[in-house]
Design a protein. Sequence first.
Length: 384
Amino acid sequence: MSLSVAVVTETFHPFKGGSAKRYLEVFKRLAKKGWDIDIYTVRLDPSWPKEEEYEGLRIIRSSLPIPEYITPDGFRSMSGIYKYLSWLMSSVDLRAYDVVEVNHCPIFPVFASWLKRRSRAPLITTVHEVWYSDWYRYAPTTLHAPLGILLEKAMMYLPNRIISVSNFTTDRLTRILGVPPSMITTIPNGVDLDLYRGIDVEKEYGRIVYGGRLNPHKRLDILLRSFEELHRSLDVKLDIFGDGPMRQYINSFISRNGFSKSVTLHGRVDDHRFAYLMKRGYIYTLPSIREGQSITTLEAMAAGTPQVTVYSENNAAYKLVLEAGSGIVTKPDPQDYAEAIKKLLVDEDVWTEYSLKGSGYVKRYDWNLISLKHKTVYEKISKR
């Protein structure tokens, strides 16, 4: 059974981010099975074509580029969201598809997709995070926060099915937003295990790594201050690979502390280079305070690289690490974070235990298995 699926998502290839990666990995596999997949997304860069084929997927971008869509602090501009929404409402026709899949962020496209689809075509929303009270932290003003909470709740009444990316997010959907458990299917993120198996590189003792978006909520300030402390007494190096609004902050840190030979900011890298750096690393660090699950934590496990993350109410990564037994969870404090990293550097037995546990645990998260779970959901709901 092959289906035609419209995927409405704010960011997609060549943008690097968690939801963009998930959609790419899932839908390129379904396209290989003969499914027709159209991706509707924002044209963040004027040089990107309005339409292209990639990995068997048809990517349709907003007619006008919206370079201001992602703000300098990593959030979304209201003007950018308005332009994206206007394009969806005026130029996108979703009536011909068997299934419409929409990214929950930034909420408004869920409403637009619900309006634009055929009345009988099922709507599925993939939810990565539940903000709720965090709207008061991240909304442009405190006046916007109650509206954000209201829209987040209202959005949950629109789809025929919600796909949650983790048990952590599922719990927040049911407990905080009151979504019935029967409405939710939990399908986690994944990792390309074949890619990691195919990379042959020796681990380098003392090499700490971070890979992902350089956004404020990732709390790279904690990592950098921890590294500064560790560097005083240990032979350590730090690889940071990714891009985002904190890039200049990191460059300034490197320059101010004379760390040009100890800290390398690689910028954006392709998947193979990402996996190489992750596998070469000795410890993976993620001091983020907000994660729906964390693809990079799964990738660290696939690389056999123990992780250090932090306790935070909205950070699902710490739950993932505890469940896998693949690393250390500590307070979001530079001193505590440095101590956790140091423990892995000085205790080889603990490091080896975490490495082996992570490698075993992650086998259930192969993208091939994850895409089949999506396939089952889409086929089942399209028959109703």
